[in-house]
Design a protein around this ligand. Structure first.
Ligand code: UGA
Length: 435
């Protein structure tokens, strides 16, 4: 059977919205991307992605060339011309830890104002449980005509740095709706993705998203806690994690000990999940412990550095890696930013290098000396800190780095170097959870 081309709009062109839209364009659906940022729209229509993501530029070019996607700031036109509307606007944290849902609510009011026929309205942004119900109520209240619609939940599981791959090859597709009409359209939309689809209620789908991210954060904090024990008893966390991961009930993913999780999702989602639990009368203290362990990883790393350097004031410290993880230029909640801030506060001079994130970093930390290569960072440094596990940091000429540095101290926050080899070069080398 031929594919039915479905008209889609994606409201909000952050990583999730853009990549989601492009993944549907790739499968031949007609996509309109909407954002209020005119400059972004203009750039996207000219094939310039607003962020760095592997394969994003190629997919954007391909979709524009095939006329399968276009970008506009006119939400009215997009709403009228779509059967399915994905809400992918941001849900930033409020100072209270709850999520700011005002952008979502605004899209709901826009839809109510312009809706002209039946639509499936898809909640894709990460939102607290019951947001679907609130969306539906808002649209109903603002609706001027008697037009049918369904609000459904279809959470995303995209990882930054491999968002395009994840969007094209989802591990699972969760569709939260009890409407048969919406279900039919969504199954048609995802027909060619060849991924397992699970149909649930809206509320269950919303909960799956929060529980997934919190569970992954739990795995990371768990392995980091075990890494702390390893340091005290002389065991090696990489061996321990490997052994743990061999049990298929545990699996080897997300068991890399290090400086903990950052990014725009885990920190925000764990906190929001805690708040939500509290609101419904459950004290989910486990989530608080996850956060505490995650914060301690960064502070303990600084403590190790202090043990080596004694005083930070007037020391030159080299930083390799600024983004919160490799293959992205995103620095939100990045351990690197936290560590650099602390060192600057203590009077250190910072030299830093990152393959993609330096432009973003300059905006928040202008007092850092940004370098063109890792070797420039090492020049006259008293210590070199590896904070993000970019592939290129694994294969540097560390013998040359040793010659360039003032003191040969390397702190590896992601366990990417072989301790024996690096020590053989004469470095004082410390990592996470390894003897
Ligand atoms: C995460 C989830 O993995 C996605 O499934 C989800 O869709 C996304 O959040 C979201 O909610 O939008 P992301 O934050 O892009 O994706 O990145 P991850 O690969 O999950 O890494 C998060 C953090 O955990 C990074 O700082 C990474 O360095 C850290 N991490 C990851 C570890 O410290 N150890 C590990 O073993 C794995």
């Amino acid at each position: 059977m031929d594919n039915k081309k479905i008209n889609i709009s994606v409201m909000g062109l952050g990583v999730v919205g853009l990549v989601t839209g492009l993944s549907f364009a790739k499968h031949g659906h007609a996509v309109i991307g909407v954002d209020i940022d005119k400059e972004k729209i203009d750039k996207l229509n000219r094939g310039i992605p607003p962020i760095y993501e592997p394969q994003l530029k190629e997919l954007l070019d391909e979709s524009l060339k095939g006329k399968l996607i276009r970008f506009t700031d006119d939400s009215r036109e997009a709403i009228i011309n779509s059967r399915v509307i994905f809400i992918t606007v941001g849900t930033p944290s409020l100072p209270t830890g709850e999520l700011d849902l005002s952008y979502i609510e605004k899209v709901a009011r826009d839809i109510a104002e312009h809706i002209n026929e039946y639509k499936v309205i898809v909640e894709k942004s990460t939102v607290p449980v019951k947001t679907g119900e609130k969306l539906e109520r808002t649209i109903k209240r603002y609706l001027k005509k008697d037009i049918a619609f369904d609000v459904i939940s279809n959470p995303e599981f995209l990882r930054e740095g491999s968002a395009v791959y994840d969007a094209l090859h989802p591990s699972r597709i969760i569709i939260g709706t009890t409407s048969l009409r919406a279900r039919e359209i969504m199954s048609e939309l995802y027909k060619d993705f060849n991924s397992p689809i699970l149909y649930t209620t809206v509320t269950s789908a919303e909960l799956i998203k929060h529980a997934s991210n919190s569970f992954l954060a739990l795995k990371i904090s768990f392995i980091n806690a075990v890494a702390n024990i390893c340091e005290r008893v002389g065991a090696d966390i990489t061996e321990v994690a490997y052994g743990l991961g061999m049990d298929p009930r545990i699996n080897p993913h997300f068991l890399n000990a290090g400086l903990g999780y950052g990014g725009s999702c885990f920190p925000k989602d764990v906190e929001a999940f805690y708040k939500l639990a509290q609101e419904v009368g459950y004290d989910f203290t486990l989530l608080k412990e996850i956060q505490k362990i995650n914060q301690n990883q960064k502070d303990k790393f600084l403590q190790k550095l202090q043990e080596e350097l004694w005083i930070f004031k007037d020391k030159t410290i080299g930083i390799l890696g600024i983004s919160f993880k490799p293959d992205t230029d995103d620095i939100r909640e990045s351990p690197s930013i936290y560590i650099m801030k602390k060192l600057l506060e203590n009077g250190a001079h910072i030299k830093a290098y990152d393959p993609k994130a330096m432009e973003n970093a300059k905006k928040v930390l202008p007092n850092v000396e940004y370098c063109n290569t890792p070797y420039e960072v090492a020049h006259n440094a008293d210590a070199l800190l590896i904070i993000t596990e970019w592939e290129e940091f694994k294969n540097l000429d560390y013998a040359k780095i040793k010659q360039l540095m003032r003191q040969s101290v390397v702190l590896d926050g992601r366990n990417i170097l072989n301790p024996e080899q690096i020590r053989k070069l004469g470095f004082i080398y410390r990592s996470i959870g390894r003897p």
